[in-house]
Design a protein around this ligand. Structure first.
Ligand SMILES: Nc1ncnc2c1ncn2[C@@H]1O[C@H](COP(=O)(O)OP(=O)(O)OP(=O)(O)O)[C@@H](O)[C@H]1O
Length: 991
């Protein structure tokens, strides 16, 4: 409430008591002189800022007479800023607070209406500006400078600059009297930062007007320009007053003439339109300004009754198509950004899930019944795929490790095989030395016995040394024993490593099996199931391929074995042919009688030869094998060494069976032998490794052997325990590297039935042949030693000196056979073909049932041997009941186990295996030492018969030549004669 008191009122003047001009006015807020700028601002303008942000127009104007403080209130001072500054500060603060959601644009213009002319205070040089009304009816100042900024400091600078441009002139009433109406217009445009097709834009204007003060000319004492200015000011204020009066009419039908002044035109919306308007009326408390104050209050009072219709200035933007393009581009970029973000999140999620799965799997909670598997199954398809990938990787890793271990196992096997081969070599060296030592002793003992026997007649001293020959081990033997110890250690170490690897392999296989069992449970999609099926199919195909390769290898192996058998049989056949021919020649030369059935058989044999059935069969076999080898079967190199003993044994067994079936000699049952461990014999000297060689044990066992079962023409079938062969076989298998080459002897290659061998293979074969010869020599030597021990004294009828080779078919050197010079005949041969044997089988003279045979060379028998011979003959006669009569082609059993197969040995390929044991070649030099193997071997081959004989024209294998050479050193015998020694005694068989 403002009470305007009349300063001229005299309480004592009763006549003017009813004519008082005091009047009371009611306003929203009234400030006295103590009010501060802040209080005025807060009470009047501050509340407009919120509406301004919301899109409501606002107007603040100061109205009042000159010098009442309008400019002070609106502009203020530096220390006490007025409404302008305070409003702008708060406005920008409000904009800043909501700038995250809304985008603001603030522009400012500052003008003055001076003498009814509009001047741009920010750009005074622009001249006077016109007011124009736009299509919406809003008044615009044409060409006004609008400065866009949201910086309050910058606006204040602009305001100060503009105020300096404002027209102020001192008057009598006010030193800083404003001679114009100053209008600061702030336009605020805002829109949401979220762009949308229906974009809402808010627009609001704030007018802050510092009106020029109404003035009285008398008061201001203005003259001239000032008076003119005052007139314009008053006119415009009058127009403003008129508008206010019109707007404040209660009926509201009064016309509002805004056009009377530019001020009212500019404030049209502010006064009666869309604006929240604050009118600050300034009055002076001075009594002198009573009239101005009364007028001001009167206008102010009228103004408060003005009602405006305020509305938000919202603009629903209807964008141009170009703007739509921009919006679409923005939206697309936003979509890409969001997609990328989703992908990154998915990747992180995958990693996290995979880590979870791995953790669950490592802790073993993936069993079907566990909660872990349920959790995994509940995951998305993507997680399932990741789990499948992980399982696949684990499977591959398990298989890779298995392959590594298998490879290492194979390497260990190879190493072990090499060790066994080296062991065999060293054993051979030791055995050779022992054999040589034994031979030396036997020789010494024989000479001693002979010397003592002849001492009665000659009474002469002998040159035989009194002591046995030196048996000190050579350096080579000692080194071989040391190497054996080392090799045994290596073998143990390898066995330990192999056991560890096998355990590891078993673990890996178990792990892979578990993973494979887990795989079907993880299959969650049809695609994975299909891939799994394809993988299984691939595995099946690989298995089939491996089986086919295995069958091919097996087939090739069988072919090779059969090929070897055929070769051996061919060699044997040639040997038989040679023997038969020579015997036939002998019969013809001596006009011997031949039994009819034998003659028939011989004719049958000749017919068979003439028809060349065997040759065709052999040729057919060659072609078949060649075709198979060149055809579908893979090319397999001959194993150089390390051949499986069992396979070798099977091969040998097959050879024997084939031979037996072909020759109708019978079948020989064999037992499978495995490679004996490289360990000292239980009964051997523990201080020395293999003190007694396996060969020695073999010979030891041979004295109690029983003959193997032999079927001769289907008559008789006797089981012979092949212990001797087993012993020999054990030894052979120990040196399997040697015997492994027996299947592919050089003779075989020379016969043309074997594929060409490489030089290396050929060299190995040559070594194998030598080794066989060594073993044969040992066997002969041992047999001789045993016989000598058994039969002497009294002198054995098997004494080599007194015996003749069964292959010596005449008194003199046989035709086609070459005497091996400088060498004692093989004891086995001598034994088997001695006259004693002949006598035992035929009696003193030709046996009644053996009229076609007749002993020869009785005159060659030493008289010293007669008593022993007779004794021997007596024993043989006792056993004649157990002997059996055979046809001419049948073979007999020998007296001695080591001689049991001498007929086969002597007439067959030295590579022929019996019971898996390769028989020794008959004419192996017994004095040979292993180091001389390489040198002695060619001599066997090159000593071809060259003397006479039909046989010389026959292209016999080397062993045949050897036989011929060996036979030349013996007295000829009229028949093929073999003796065997069974358990507990001798058996004599004759043919
Ligand atoms: N509330 C106040 N406190 C202190 N000084 C004031 C106040 N009001 C006005 N004044 C002073 O009074 C003088 C006149 O004030 P001002 O110029 O603002 O009046 P005016 O109404 O704008 O006059 P004009 O209309 O002529 O421009 C100035 O010197 C100003 O500083």
């Amino acid at each position: 409430m403002v009470v305007l008191m009349d300063p001229l009122e005299d309480p004592d003047n009763i006549l003017r008591a009813h004519r008082s001009r005091e009047k009371t006015y009611m306003f929203d807020v009234a400030f006295d002189y103590t009010a501060t700028q802040e209080e005025v601002y807060r009470a009047t303008t501050k509340g407009l800022i919120e509406g301004l942000i919301s899109g409501y127009n606002a107007t603040v104007f100061a109205y009042g007479p000159t010098g009442c403080g309008k400019t002070y209130t609106m502009l203020g001072t530096d220390k006490e800023p007025g409404i302008y500054v305070r409003t702008l500060n708060d406005l920008f603060k409000a904009i800043e607070e909501t700038s995250d959601d809304m985008q603001y644009s603030v522009s400012m213009s500052y003008l003055e209406i001076y003498n009814e002319m509009i001047r741009d205070l920010l750009n005074p040089s622009s001249g006077f500006l016109d007011l124009r009304e736009d299509s919406k009816g809003e008044i615009q100042v044409a060409g006004i400078t609008e400065v866009s900024t949201i910086n309050a400091r910058e606006i204040m600078e602009l305001l100060v600059k503009g105020n300096k441009q404002r027209t102020q002139e001192p008057t009598a009433a006010n030193q800083t009297s404003s001679r114009s109406h100053a209008v600061l217009q702030v336009a605020v445009k805002q829109q949401s930062r979220c762009r949308d097709v229906l974009q809402e834009v808010r627009f609001a204007r704030l007018f802050m007007i510092d009106l020029a003060g109404s003035e009285r000319a008398a008061q201001t004492q203005n003259r001239g320009q000032r008076l003119k200015e005052g007139a314009h000011i008053n006119r415009s204020l009058l127009a403003l007053g008129n508008c206010i009066n019109a707007l404040s009419e209660k009926n509201g039908n009064k016309y509002v003439n805004y056009r009377d002044s530019k001020l009212t035109r500019l404030l049209k919306d502010s006064l009666g339109g869309n604006s929240r308007t604050v009118m600050i009326a300034h009055i002076s408390p001075a009594s002198l300004a009573f009239e101005e104050s009364r007028n001001t209050l009167t206008y102010a009072d009228r103004a408060k009754s003005i009602r405006t219709r305020v509305k938000r200035n919202l603009l629903n933007v209807s964008y141009h198509i170009a703007q739509y393009t921009s919006i679409i581009s923005d939206l697309r970029s936003e979509i890409q950004r969001l997609k990328k973000k989703i992908a990154e999140q998915a990747s992180r999620q995958n990693n996290s899930d995979r880590a979870d799965i791995r953790h669950v799997q490592d802790t073993g909670s993936l069993s079907p019944s566990s909660g872990g598997i349920a959790e995994v199954q509940a995951h998305s398809t993507q997680q399932s795929r990741a789990a499948m990938d992980q399982l696949r990787e684990q499977l591959i890793e398990a298989f890779r490790q298995q392959m590594e271990i298998r490879k290492r196992l194979m390497e260990l096997d190879n190493t072990n095989m090499e060790i066994q081969i080296d062991t065999s070599k060293h054993l051979l060296t030791i055995a050779d030395w022992e054999q040589e030592r034994s031979r030396q002793r036997r020789k010494w003992q024989g000479e001693r016995r002979k010397e003592s026997f002849n001492k009665d007649e000659s009474e002469k001293d002998s040159d035989t040394p009194e002591s046995p020959p030196d048996s000190t081990e050579t350096q080579e033997v000692a080194m071989a024993r040391e190497n054996l110890v080392t090799l045994m250690g290596e073998q143990k170490k390898i066995s330990k490593q192999r056991a560890g690897l096998e355990r590891r392999l078993a673990e890996l296989r178990e792990r892979a099996r578990r993973l494979e069992e887990l795989l079907p449970r993880r299959v969650s999609s049809e695609e994975q199931r299909e891939v799994l099926g394809l993988l299984c199919k691939v595995h099946e195909l690989e298995i089939e391929n491996a089986e086919m390769q295995s069958h091919a290898l097996l087939k090739d192996n069988v072919i090779r074995q059969k090929n070897v058998v055929v070769q051996r049989f061919e060699q044997h056949r040639q040997l038989c042919h040679e023997i038969i021919q020579q015997q036939r020649q002998f019969i013809d030369d001596h006009s011997l009688l031949v039994p009819p059935h034998l003659q028939e058989l011989y004719e049958m044999y000749i017919r068979d030869l003439d028809e060349r059935n065997l040759d065709r069969a052999v040729a057919l076999d060659k072609v078949t094998i060649h075709t198979l080898k060149e055809g579908s079967l893979p090319k397999i190199a001959l194993p150089s060494r390390g051949r499986d003993p069992l396979q070798e044994l099977d091969s040998d067994q097959e050879s024997v069976r084939t031979l037996g079936s072909e020759t109708r000699q019978g079948r020989v049952k064999v037992r499978r032998h495995t490679l004996p461990p490289i360990l000292p014999e239980p009964d051997s000297d523990s201080n020395r490794v293999f003190k007694s060689s396996p060969h020695a044990k073999q010979i030891k066992n041979s004295v109690v052997m029983t003959p193997p079962p032999i079927h001769i023409n289907g008559q008789g079938n006797r089981e012979l325990l092949p212990s001797a062969l087993e012993g020999a076989l054990s030894y052979s298998l120990l040196s399997h590297s040697v015997s492994s080459h027996l299947d592919s002897s050089p003779e075989s290659s020379e016969n043309g039935t074997e594929a060409p061998l490489t030089p290396k293979e050929r060299q190995q074969i040559l070594r194998g042949v030598h080794s066989i010869a060594v073993k044969a020599a040992r066997r002969r030597s041992k047999a001789l030693e045993i016989d000598a021990l058994r039969l002497l004294p009294p002198p054995s009828p098997l004494d080599p000196i007194k015996h003749k080779s069964s292959l010596s078919l005449s008194d003199g050197p046989p035709k086609g056979l070459v005497l091996r010079r400088g060498r004692q005949p093989s004891p086995e041969l001598r034994h088997a073909t001695s006259d004693d044997n002949l006598s035992s089988s035929t009696g003193e003279g030709p046996a009644p049932n053996s009229t076609w045979t007749r002993p020869r060379n009785r005159q060659a028998l030493s008289k010293n041997t007669v008593p022993r011979e007779q004794d021997f003959e007596a024993r043989r006669r006792k056993r004649r009941s157990r002997s059996f009569e055979v046809t001419g082609q049948a073979l007999t059993q020998g007296k001695n186990t080591s001689q049991r197969f001498r007929p086969l040995d002597s007439t067959s390929d030295p590579h022929l295996h019996i019971n898996g044991q390769p028989p020794a070649p008959l004419l192996r030099p017994q004095h040979r030492v292993p180091a001389q193997l390489g040198k002695t071997r060619p001599s066997h081959i090159n000593h071809q018969t060259g003397s006479t004989a039909d046989a010389s024209s026959v292209n016999l294998p080397t062993h045949v030549s050897n036989l011929k050479r060996g036979a030349q050193s013996r007295q000829p015998q009229p028949l093929l004669y073999v003796t065997t020694t069974g358990a507990g005694g001798q058996r004599t068989r004759k043919h």
